[in-house]
Write a new protein. Sequence first.
Length: 207
Amino acid sequence: MADSKISDLNANTTPASGDLIAIVDDPEGSPVTKKSTLSQVVGGLKATGAEVTTGTEDAKIVTPKALADATTGKLGAAWAEYTPSLTNVTIGNGIISGRYIQIGKLIIARIYFAMGSTTSISDKIRISLPVTAQSTYRTYLVQPGIIIDQGVATYVSMARIDTTTTMSIAAQIISGTYLQLTATSATKPMTWTTNDSLYQEVYYEAA
């Protein structure tokens, strides 16, 4: 076959795993032209660390197909609805709703809670997580949100993953020189009444 430039060759638009590719081995040292199959080249591009669940035929390669896969836990995962359970709160005619997304082991959850006329709080507000948390680091995750005393004031809330299935809600208060956290209750950070609300976001590692 006469010598040809690669750019002059016919295009193969449907390459198979056994097709051959010319490569230059060690181009910055002792370059040698060699051959590899397409599957060997693709294998060399795989991630060497933890695998990413992509939903593709090969779970180690990030592709447009992987990014488009909206299954929970995949790279293209969509937000899902969940209804959080409350501890120390009787919801009555109030509102509690949640949304979360899971990408691999990363969980991001958003919770909205609003008081109704028959809602009551007896102690520290605790909210269920959408997915069980990894236990080793749960007590170190403290993340901000907001508590709205309707028409009066807005407070900074803090969520802490205190069990593998629940978060507890505290509020920032000023005590002396420094900000401190105090557990929420029927009267903290204010007396909760109709239309008072909590917007909380939390992220953590799934079990």
